[in-house]
Design a protein around this ligand. Structure first.
Ligand SMILES: [Fe+2]
Ligand SMILES: [Fe+2]
Length: 385
């Protein structure tokens, strides 16, 4: 918006006229060590309706800027004590909404350029005529208005971008939580059907992360493996109760069918586009494979078994050995470690096993954090099937 006035037009920011008709609402600070000049400038500007204050040096000017609402400052350059350039530097730094005009007795291009670069709006050479002064003040106030408006607009935009980014992050976080929880609940659905507990799933998943971390994987991949490992037995959903819940030893045929849970898990998860479920599929299929090729369902060996599945195999067996079931007590850690060591290079990837056994401190922390509680319906063998 725009209004006409003696001083060349008024401008509004959010309904407030900041240049023009209401020039008396703009306080101008005149800084010069010569009292006569201060008073001349003051008189010229008061005729135009501006309200003026004066200061004899830079220190006094800074003190006034700190106490009063000043729109524009006109300052001499050569003053005893704080120079006009120093005053400009300080004022621009501490009070960016104040327009600063420089006045100098010396026509020095270098100082003029330096002043403008430091943020002065104009550079006038003494003697300054009334017209020159008023024109520069009107111009300075107009430019101040534009800069303040631009700054406010930028702040608004920045605020808007920040709010939108925050909302997006929140939505993304919600999605992440939802997908992680879906994975855990899917794992729980499988656990409901046999003796494994949610605590087993949580513990073994954290053991997986310990090994992944020891492999030097980045935090994102470690967390991916931890989450995906929770799905290792999801295929048990497809095993009939008569086999899954059979209290005694399984017959050879029953065991053959039981072993299918690895493939079932793979089939449930493998055609997903989500990386989490793709890794879950690899773990579901490969967590009963053995390093020497004597495992199931595919009998693959060594590095043909995906590393995520080789990691899960160690974590799964260790937790089964060290957990209490109704048909067995938990083995002491040392006994479980002995069993794992015996399987080094046969059942388990030797390098990954070494990594796991090297960080028993972290393993114990997980055991404490996710202790079993209450009754667990138990069945069958000590080792995971
Ligand atoms: Fe399994
Ligand atoms: Fe398990």
């Amino acid at each position: 918006m725009h209004c006409s006035c003696l001083s060349g037009g008024g401008f509004f920011v959010e309904g407030e006229c900041i240049v023009g008709d209401q020039s008396s609402t703009y306080r101008i600070l005149i800084v010069d060590d010569e009292p006569d000049l201060r008073n001349i400038y003051k008189r010229f500007l008061e005729i135009e309706g501006y309200s003026c204050l004066t200061a004899g040096d830079g220190e006094e000017a800074m003190s006034i800027l700190g106490r009063m609402d000043i729109s524009l400052m006109i300052t001499d350059i050569n003053m005893p004590g704080m120079s006009g350039i120093d005053l400009l530097r300080e004022a621009v730094n501490q009070y960016p909404d104040v327009a600063v005009l420089m006045v100098s007795a010396i026509d020095d291009r270098k100082i003029a350029v330096q002043s403008l670069q430091l943020g002065a709006f104009s550079y006038m050479i003494k003697p300054v005529s009334r017209n020159e002064l008023v024109i520069n003040v009107v111009n300075g106030l107009r430019r101040r208005f534009l800069e303040i408006a631009h700054r406010r607009q930028s702040e608004k935009l920045e605020d808007l971008v920040q709010r939108r980014t925050r909302k997006l992050l929140e939505a993304k976080q919600e999605l992440v939580v939802a997908s992680e929880e879906t994975v855990l609940r899917l794992a729980k659905a499988a656990e409901f059907r046999d003796d494994e507990t949610a605590q087993h799933t949580l513990r073994m998943s954290h053991y997986c992360r310990i090994i992944a971390r020891g492999c030097g994987f980045d935090a994102k991949r470690c967390e991916l493996i931890r989450l995906a490992s929770q799905l290792h037995d999801v295929g048990k959903i497809g095993i009939p109760d008569a086999i899954l819940l059979k209290p005694g030893k399984l017959t050879a045929d029953e065991f053959t069918l039981m072993k299918e849970h690895a493939r079932f898990g793979f089939r449930i998860l493998s055609d997903s586009r989500a990386t989490l479920l793709q890794v879950g599929a690899l773990i579901a299929r490969g967590h009963h494979e053995k390093y020497d090729g004597s495992g199931y369902p595919d009998g693959v060996a060594g590095e043909d078994i995906p590393i995520e599945a080789r990691i899960a195999a160690i974590a799964d067996v260790f937790d089964a050995l060290t957990s209490k079931r109704v048909y067995k007590d938990a083995l002491p850690i040392t006994a479980a470690i002995d069993i794992l060591r015996k399987g080094r290079g046969q059942h388990f990837d030797p390098g990954l096993l070494d990594i796991f056994l090297a960080d028993m401190e972290a393993v114990n922390r997980i055991r404490k954090q996710f202790q079993d509680s209450g009754h667990q319906p138990g069945i069958k063998s000590v080792l995971p099937q």
